[in-house]
Design a protein around this ligand. Structure first.
Ligand code: CO
Length: 149
């Protein structure tokens, strides 16, 4: 599996020497039973047309107790999404449904699980972006800056 991915990445690099190396656009972040993310900052080169984020919950607590998701919005939109997400409940992954202020979001997962989301960077390069967990009470500790540079 790893070998295949490397071959694909090398192949892409050969075909598109001026675009970013594939793995630079493919980020992994972990979340824990201690209500924390493993990173306070994430960044991708502006040459990434799409970005893939994998969230791994390395704890063991259930998603209704210590659930985590990975949500990306403009920094100015975070508080409203957190507030409206809490009202939307776990069945809606603590996010307002169909809200286009949400640039990307994974589902809420519990310990031992992982989730992925892929999104386009089009139009985002000049925006101030923040990633966070929208589980009620988590975003104060679980947030960070997302840079496209
Ligand atoms: Co959380």
């Amino acid at each position: 599996m790893k070998k295949n991915r490397l071959l694909v990445a090398v192949g892409l690099l050969a075909l598109f020497p001026f675009t970013a190396f594939a793995d630079e656009c493919d980020l992994v972040i972990e979340a824990t039973d201690q209500m924390s993310f493993s990173k306070k900052k994430m960044s991708v080169p502006a040459s990434c047309e799409t970005v893939k984020v994998t969230l791994k919950h390395t704890g063991s607590m259930a998603k209704d107790m210590m659930g985590h998701n990975w949500v990306l919005t403009k920094t100015d939109d975070m508080q409203a999404i957190v507030r409206e997400g809490a009202a939307a409940g776990l069945d809606n992954n603590y996010l307002p449904e169909g809200d286009d202020r949400i640039i990307a979001a994974t589902e809420v997962i519990g310990g031992g699980n992982s989730a992925q989301v892929e999104f386009s960077t089009e139009g985002l390069a000049d925006e101030k972006l923040t990633f966070f967990c929208s589980f009620p009470g988590h975003s104060g500790m679980m947030n960070g800056r997302f840079n496209i540079k």
